[in-house]
Design a protein around this ligand. Structure first.
Ligand SMILES: Cc1cc2nc3c(=O)[nH]c(=O)nc-3n(C[C@H](O)[C@H](O)[C@H](O)COP(=O)(O)OP(=O)(O)OC[C@H]3O[C@@H](n4cnc5c(N)ncnc54)[C@H](O)[C@@H]3O)c2cc1C
Length: 802
């Protein structure tokens, strides 16, 4: 066994095998995989192994396309072919028009990744799958490339190729300990000897937290028991020349695919069960959980209704095995939060289909620092520290119970809530707030107009349209107040702080105490890594503010690049403070009343910061605006939040102050073309492509500059006006000229001050001129769209300066 290598991948299921193979493809050939038992002895060996192209984001579609291409290539290897039923086709069923809207949107989104889905009606579903009834069915989404693969064959094919390129694989080699050294390299301990390595990868499937414990980490991953049956062969299938397509049924919570001349049917039962929460028997390997037919009988009844032919078909075998889940259903693929040179590819619940793509994106991250697609949707740092196994288990149960029922826009399901609250959450609830969730934080979405008001979720404008219009009007004409909790906030100090931040960001940063500026951080490829509000406080303190979800991501990026001479220090204030946001033409008057001092536009202009008090609550007050109105962020220590709230409510009462929520903020920021991190700002594009050239100063040195200089723009960021009033566009929707996809929507919604349906996104540069006539898919159908000025509302910023 080697004693030294570049990377040790721990775990020989699909996740580990794919990672090892892709590391060799990306140029790291001195790499090792260690497996405690035999290859595929975890979940992989008994997987139903369906491979789909369906995904809810472009990154997921892209990585699944990679899997499909790779698996096809492996299957067609003339010397070592493997079994892959490629392109049997598959249907996701629907009995709800809102789900059909969703399918149309996903088809539009996939089109932008070169993938052709088709939305079909109930009769066409039955024509393509002759065993199903059309009762309680309105249609479905057709994925022509759906299929299934031999899991063991796939893993061995990947390892064979990795070995041919120099990788080594050690079976029967459990990792029993991990030691990290001062230079961030690792020693991997096994009974067969130690291996020193630059990088480790946790690919341990349901044993993820056994390995996590060896490095002092709890990964938010929980396992669920999951069952499928394989039926006896039956005449209807035996008589068919073609294989039947796969089915995924959100109406009745099952899936099926053909297995020889019978069907494999998998169940997502409501009476579901977590697995391994109190530890896993070390001997559980190549093993299954006991059969539990009773648990899935209610689902089976529904399967019989959808496929009546099965009522007379016997069950040949039952498989019940553990499957891993995360808090949002997507796996954790990337750097392990708080660790150096440690990566994971864990929490895969559809790992056979996705594993090829995840291993690809992980290997690119390890070798090049970034993958070619933005990987935020699978980034292990996307959850805050609230993400633990207990909470994940609750979300896993909820997710399992809703396996094929995707979240509608703005839908946040109840399990585990409230997750993260401030001292004001109960106060806001009593004021009628309805909450959305931002990184687990309960954040005001809007104020309910009455106690019986219920928001239904879907892809079209709905009840909240008028509610939001009203909140926007209140802010625009008077003054509004809201809470922005969870905002990432680091205090950066030390003699070297300003120069270091200057080198980390691509534009000029504010250096004078009392000033605030917006700054962009690039990666080594010259593309957008993060967006920060930098505020210069007295005594050389600099506050770094970023999106709530960015806490772990930005902490990781900043500390990774901090000088180690002690000249820069960083303190995390994210969870000790909360923002109260005061906005509207009368906001300054309210501020003047609650805070001592001169808060006039002359004394405290736009982009200023000052420390003071709101009532007697200490506050760091910034004149910054995400709404396009005169606005003030009041950063208050949580212990004083209730006091500040009371003072503001009292002062605002005489000025007609109203509460507002994030839906109103979203409407207003679109009218200003203000970007949203990880919607409009992604690692696939540089600041020039992202329309942020005014925040770049090529005369100075900064991280990513050399790469930025070498880039040729492939895309341009635009704001579009849509000729539709029934629905907003959705992020990911295709922008077209005729039938050709020329770009992708990143954010969209109704602008209530301008009365326009707005979308923002990236298009081919030659189509980005103002007036350019394009179309945008809205609920799947193209509507006319025109490129407009980059700022629709108050382009001179007169209101924010007021
Ligand atoms: C019943 C069922 C049906 C499924 N159907 C599908 C499907 O149709 N399509 C689909 O895409 N997915 C499906 N899945 C999910 C899919 O099978 C899993 O997502 C995938 O197999 C997970 O692979 P993995 O490599 O992450 O984990 P595993 O396959 O569990 O591999 C982890 C490996 O790590 C090894 N290991 C653990 N600890 C150590 C250690 N300390 N040292 C060394 N090695 C260690 C284990 O022995 C194991 O081999 C299904 C799952 C189940 C249970």
């Amino acid at each position: 066994m080697k004693t030294q290598t570049r990377a040790v991948v721990i775990g020989g299921g699909i996740a580990g095998c794919s990672t090892l193979y892709h590391l060799t493809r990306e140029g790291w050939t001195d790499v090792v995989l260690v497996e405690r038992d035999e290859i595929t002895s975890g979940t992989t060996w008994h997987s139903a192994a369906q491979v789909t192209n369906f995904g809810m984001t472009q990154t997921m579609v892209g990585l699944k396309s990679h899997s499909i291409r790779l698996y096809k290539e492996l299957a067609e290897d003339p010397e070592h072919p493997i079994t892959y039923h490629h392109a049997d086709g598959g249907i996701r069923l629907a009995n709800d028009p809102r789900v059909m809207d969703g399918y149309r949107h996903f088809a539009s989104m996939a089109k932008g990744m070169g993938v052709d889905f088709e939305v079909i009606d109930a009769a066409e579903c039955a024509r393509r799958h002759p065993l199903i009834s059309t009762d309680n069915l309105i249609g479905g989404l057709w994925d022509p490339l759906d299929g299934d693969i031999d899991p063991a064959g796939l893993c061995h094919a990947l390892l064979r190729r990795a070995r041919a390129d120099g990788a080594e694989v050690y079976r029967q080699t459990p990792v029993t300990g991990l030691t990290q050294h001062r230079d961030d390299s690792w020693t991997v301990h096994t009974p067969r000897g130690d291996i020193r390595t630059e990088v480790i990868v946790n690919a341990c499937g349901y044993r993820v937290n056994e390995l996590g414990a060896m490095m002092g980490v709890e990964h938010p991953v929980a396992s669920m028991e999951h069952q499928y049956f394989i039926t006896e062969p039956f005449a209807e299938l035996q008589e068919m020349d073609e294989r039947v397509p796969l089915l995924r049924c959100p109406i009745s919570d099952f899936y099926s695919r053909q297995e020889k001349k019978g069907l494999l049917i998998g169940f997502y039962e409501q009476e579901c069960r977590t697995w391994g929460m109190d530890g896993i028997d070390p001997a559980f390997s190549s093993a299954l959980c006991p059969d539990d037919v009773d648990r899935v009988l209610p689902v089976l009844e529904n399967v019989f209704e959808r496929m009546p032919v099965l009522q007379d078909v016997g069950i040949k075998s039952i498989v019940n095995g553990p499957i891993t889940y995360t808090m949002d259903g997507a796996p954790l693929v990337g750097p392990i939060p708080g660790k150096r040179n440690a990566f994971c590819i864990i929490g895969l619940r559809a790992g056979l289909g996705e594993g090829g793509g995840h291993g690809w994106l992980l290997a690119q991250q390890i070798v090049h620092g970034e993958a070619e697609l933005d990987t935020w949707v699978i980034d292990p740092r996307r959850f805050g520290p609230h993400a633990n196994v207990e909470l994940t288990a609750l979300k896993a149960i909820e997710d399992y119970q809703n396996e094929f029922r995707f979240h509608f826009p703005h839908e946040h399901r109840p399990a585990g809530r409230p997750m993260r609250t401030t001292p004001l959450t109960a106060v806001l609830a009593a004021e009628g707030a309805d909450f959305g969730m931002v990184d687990g934080w309960e954040r005001i979405a809007y104020i309910r107009p009455g106690p019986d008001f219920i928001e239904t979720h879907g892809y079209r404008f709905k009840e909240t349209f008028d509610v939001v219009a009203d909140e926007v009007r209140a802010v625009h004409e008077g003054v509004g107040l809201t809470e922005v909790n969870g905002f990432t906030r680091f205090e950066i100090t030390g003699g070297g702080a300003a120069d270091w931040l200057d080198a980390m960001t691509c534009g000029r940063i504010p250096r004078r105490a009392g000033r605030v500026g917006l700054a962009y951080l690039l990666n080594h490829h010259g593309c957008i890594k993060s967006e920060a509000t930098l505020a210069c406080l007295p005594d050389g303190r600099i506050w770094y503010g970023a999106a709530a979800a960015a806490e772990r991501h930005d902490m990781d990026w900043l500390t990774r690049h901090m000088p180690d001479d002690g000249s820069v220090r960083l303190r995390n204030l994210t969870r000790s403070h909360t923002i109260l946001l005061l906005a509207g033409p009368r906001a300054r008057a309210v501020l003047q009343e609650v805070a001592r001092g001169d808060w006039s536009a002359e004394a405290f202009p736009w982009l200023s910061v000052r420390e003071g008090h709101i009532g007697h609550a200490p506050a760091t007050i910034m004149a910054v605006s995400y709404s396009g109105e005169s606005a003030f962020e009041l950063h208050i220590p949580n212990e004083s939040l209730a006091q500040a709230w009371q003072s503001l409510r009292a002062a605002g009462a005489a000025r007609g102050m109203r509460l507002f929520g994030s839906y109103a903020v979203e409407s207003m920021r679109l009218e200003k073309s203000y970007r949203h991190w990880k919607a409009d700002l992604v690692t696939e594009f540089d600041p020039f492509e992202s329309g942020l050239g005014r925040f770049v100063d090529m005369r100075k040195d900064f991280l990513g500059k050399a790469a930025l200089e070498a880039r040729a723009p492939q895309r341009a960021f635009v704001t579009l006006l849509l000729e539709a009033d029934h629905a907003p566009a959705q992020g990911g929707a295709s922008i077209r000229v005729g039938g050709d996809v020329v770009g992708t929507v990143t954010s969209a919604g109704w602008g209530h001050r301008t009365g326009r349906n707005i979308a923002m996104g990236f298009v081919r540069p030659e189509l980005a001129g103002v007036g350019s006539a394009l179309s945008v898919d809205v609920t799947g159908a193209p509507v006319a769209a025109t490129v407009t000025d980059p700022c629709l509302f108050d382009p001179e910023n007169l209101r924010v300066r007021a």
